[in-house]
Design a protein around this ligand. Structure first.
Ligand code: NAP
Length: 315
């Protein structure tokens, strides 16, 4: 296995203490078919040089991620907790001004951490407080008090419970609304970006506003979920072959060259290592031309059943 490079970092401008975020993180959204546990995968990733982990209350992985970090500290793989960047996300049941601080404190207890590096509003939707249900039943949806919820997230950062606060799955329209009252602007918007959903408009908006994009499903869910328009794309295969790389590496290199951060999920030792090998070569102009012609369609259309008409504000 090739030696692991150091993953480059970016500074989150609105974070406490100008926190640095490694551009590549390990995703931890559960997959029923996975034979490797989250704890083992995170521990292996730390051994390989990953220092950024993307969790969420709704994934049910916070306990395992926390155990892996505790173990890595015990084994001396990490000298201190500060060496890792940990993101978690608040589920829609907690998207109420009065439930944000307790929900974040609960995540911290589960993770055995004193602070998070980044906490995100998982979706711009609120439901009645209660158990996590996925997909979300639309009959459980209540009004989302964005201003009140954001005020509570700002409180979390001021209390030192997290170094940075952000959102996920926010359209330009929703970000504009948020920016109109935010005292602390969102550090990050975590959204789907991959070669089959390149999100040019949203990327340009976030760049102008200083909001860092973290791309999720950067491989469009990889190869393990059947055929897809990225991993089975003949043009991408040609580009990959010409560079002596894999399609996954082309996907991740492109995101890196766009100046984005991204969270890619692999619990497989070899693929974890493969995904790290993207920082010392480049795509060509001709590759860019071909990539710009890939058919575009959003993969993750929403967390509700049935889907909501206005979730993406027609963007
Ligand atoms: P992804 O990272 O694009 O793809 C993951 C899949 O690709 C896994 O099945 C993985 O299998 C496979 N894979 C990984 N590296 C590979 C490689 N080099 N070659 C071939 N296959 C490879 O998709 P994702 O899990 O949907 O997204 C990544 C993370 O983003 C999630 O885990 C989660 O943390 C976050 N996310 C956030 C949201 C949100 O609403 N904010 C939504 C979706 C995802 P193996 O494990 O077997 O390698």
């Amino acid at each position: 296995m090739a030696a692991a490079p150091t993953v480059p970092v970016i500074v989150l401008p609105s974070s406490s203490g100008q926190r640095k975020m490694p551009v590549m993180g390990l995703g931890t959204a559960p997959e029923a078919t996975s034979k490797v546990t989250t704890k083992d995968a995170v521990l292996e990733a730390i051994k390989q040089g990953y220092r950024h982990f993307d969790a969420a209350a709704a994934y049910g992985v916070e306990k395992s991620v926390g155990e892996a970090i505790a173990e890595a500290l015990k084994l001396g793989l990490l000298a201190s907790r500060d060496e890792v960047f940990i993101t978690s996300k608040l589920w829609v049941t907690d998207n109420h001004p009065e439930t944000i601080v307790p929900a974040l404190k609960k995540s911290l207890r589960t993770l055995q951490l004193e602070y998070l590096d980044l906490i995100l509003i998982h979706w711009p939707i609120a439901t009645k407080p209660g158990e996590v249900k996925y997909p979300i039943d639309v009959s459980d949806i209540v009004e989302f008090d964005m201003k009140g919820v954001w005020g509570s997230l700002e409180e979390c950062q001021r209390l030192g419970l997290t170094k940075a606060i952000g959102v996920s799955n926010f359209s330009i329209k929703k970000l504009e609304k948020l920016l109109s009252f935010a005292t602390i602007p969102p550090a990050v918007n975590q959204v789907e970006v991959n070669l089959g959903w390149q999100q040019e408009k949203l990327r340009a908006f976030c760049k102008e506003k200083g909001i860092v994009i973290t791309a999720f499903s950067p491989l469009r869910k990889g190869a393990s979920r059947g055929s897809n328009l990225v991993m089975d794309n003949d043009v991408l295969k040609e580009i990959a072959d010409a560079h002596g790389k894999t399609i996954a590496q082309i996907c991740l290199r492109w995101l890196y060259e766009q100046g984005l951060t991204f969270v890619v999920k692999s619990y497989d030792k070899e693929r974890m290592n493969q995904n790290l090998q993207i920082f010392d070569w480049s795509l060509t102009e001709d590759d860019y031309k071909k990539i710009s012609e890939i058919y575009q369609e959003r993969l993750i259309k929403g967390p509700t059943k049935p889907l909501l008409d206005d979730l993406w504000d027609e963007e």
